[in-house]
Write a protein that binds this ligand. Structure first.
Ligand code: AMP
Ligand code: ZN
Length: 476
């Protein structure tokens, strides 16, 4: 019989406390994650947010749970100014600028998102629902909200009546008064409250991405999409919902009002929010243009998993300042760790997992990840393991097990760097000098090789060499 999963505590934004996870179905954790709006490439800030459910699922599985994860693809309804339902749909803006249909834009950037996510070892979710495939479910929810007195229609647009939902503002700690004070600029005078948000928007002048509805042709609001997709795929009691810190308000606040307005009960058990990635102190943002794509970092010679290594060094609830210097450090550390693992793996002696040292480290690793995903603590244990007196084989086995959670692909051999021009000849001369026991000459050749980035060591089987990357050489 399988043993019971290890208990895990997670910080719930809804209750402002770390809570013990108690899945609706014991042993199975169902997770809904807000995914990308596919109108542009995702940046590494977005990837940090999408890495959170990946780390969560890997952790849960390591601790003995099964997981089912849904991540949506927003391909309609996310407005440029989403605060108070103004502005143009992001998909339509890109379609216009790139002279493509919204469907082409969505297909292109969805594929780009999948590739970028895969390059940082984010495992695919079980389902990737597209918002445009769930319009009937959204219409059904909106009709139910109108029937229950939570929504009203004006001229083909349907608004959520926030005054009808007593708990509105609880997740984000916004009172209705604060919401009122926060309403800036032009507000539709037909709204009962300036904070009422759009469930369905009348097509107006829109010609693209519109659907028929009981209120006339139009398109859904961004928030209703996640209520419809999450409940259609995971039912009306979901264990964990993830997103970025900026999703707390208005997106998730609205989602609670919608889902609970329809069902009459709490739908999401734990709301988990990842903090932002910053660049020079400001939030990395597609709209502000201050961002890096993971592919750009690869083009600069970094291993994309160095970004993952970097992200693991911060708590998910802490902001993380990105810099290429920080990334270079992570890239080096990752390479060294891979080299260690390769070295330790040559030890063929059997590993005793019950030995006190191994069991102690393993139990501390589990406690770290089960304590609200404390990856900085887990990475500190990786360093402790490296320095420890454990047998190399034990180190290799433990690190390989931990890498199922860390996802750093530590078994991947470091890329073999090509020998610089002239190096093969110098190595051949040195081989001859050693055979002739001309050690002065062989030392001289070793220095020459070092100067062009080739480190040579002598072993009983002959000379071995390693090529250092140009980045290392620049720093030497
Ligand atoms: P979007 O595609 O704009 O809907 O964003 C996708 C996800 O990335 C959302 O859940 C955001 O909360 C998140 N996000 C946006 N900017 C950042 C950032 N700088 N750092 C971390 N996450 C972010
Ligand atoms: Zn969402």
């Amino acid at each position: 019989m399988a043993s019971a999963p290890t208990p895990i505590r997670l910080y719930n934004t809804f209750t402002h406390a770390k809570e013990l996870l108690t899945p609706v179905r014991p042993g199975v954790v169902r997770i809904y994650s807000c995914g990308p709006t596919v109108y542009r490439y995702v940046h590494i800030g977005n990837l940090r947010t999408f890495m959170l459910p990946d780390l969560l699922c890997r952790t849960l599985e390591y601790l003995g749970y099964r997981t089912e994860q849904v991540m949506n693809i927003t391909d309609v309804g996310h407005l440029v100014d989403d605060t108070f339902d103004r502005g143009e749909d992001k998909m339509l803006v890109s379609a216009r600028l790139e002279k493509k249909s919204p469907e082409e834009i969505a297909a292109f950037y969805t594929e780009a998102f999948r590739l970028d996510a895969a390059s940082v070892n984010i495992r695919p979710a079980a389902h990737y629902p597209h918002a445009t495939h769930y319009i009937p479910q959204m219409i059904e929810l909106i009709a139910s909200l109108i029937e229950k007195g939570h929504a009203y229609e004006v001229g083909g647009t349907v608004y959520y009546d926030i005054a009808s939902f007593a708990a509105y503002g609880r997740l984000s700690r916004n009172t209705t008064d604060k919401l009122l004070a926060g309403a800036r600029g032009e507000v539709d005078p037909r709204k009962r409250h300036p904070g009422d948000f759009t469930l369905w928007k009348a097509a107006g002048e829109h010609r693209l991405q519109i659907w028929p509805s009981p209120w006339g042709p139009g398109f859904p609001g961004w928030h209703i999409e996640c209520s419809a997709m999450s409940m259609s795929l995971l039912g009306d009691r979901i264990d964990i919902h993830t997103g970025g810190a900026d999703n707390v308000f208005p997106h998730h606040e609205a989602e609670i009002a919608q889902s609970e307005g329809v069902t009459g009960h709490r739908v999401v058990g734990c709301w988990l929010h990842g903090e932002h990635l910053l660049l020079a102190g400001s939030r990395m943002a597609k709209s502000a243009g201050n961002f890096f794509r993971i592919t750009e970092l690869e083009e600069q010679g970094f291993d994309p998993l160095a970004f993952r290594y970097l992200a693991l060094q911060a708590r998910y609830r802490a902001k993380l300042n990105f810099s290429t210097a920080g990334l270079a450090g992570a890239d080096r550390a990752l390479r060294v760790l891979r080299e260690h693992l390769a070295d330790w793996s040559t030890d063929g002696r059997p590993v005793d997992f019950r030995s006190a040292d191994v069991a102690g480290l393993e139990s501390r690793f589990r406690s770290a990840i089960a304590d609200d995903l404390d990856f900085p603590a887990a990475m500190a244990l990786v360093a402790e393991l490296t320095r420890s007196m454990l047998l190399p084989g034990a180190k290799a086995s433990l690190l390989r097990a931990w890498d199922r959670v860390l996802g750093l692909d530590l078994d991947r051999p470091p890329p073999a760097l090509a020998l610089p021009t002239g190096a093969p000849e110098l190595l051949a001369f040195r081989e001859k000098a050693r055979a002739a026991k001309d050690f002065a000459k062989s030392d001289e050749l070793r220095d020459e090789l070092a100067a062009i980035g080739v480190a040579v060591t002598d072993t009983p089987e002959g000379q071995r060499w390693k090529v250092h990357s140009s980045r290392d050489r620049g720093r030497a």
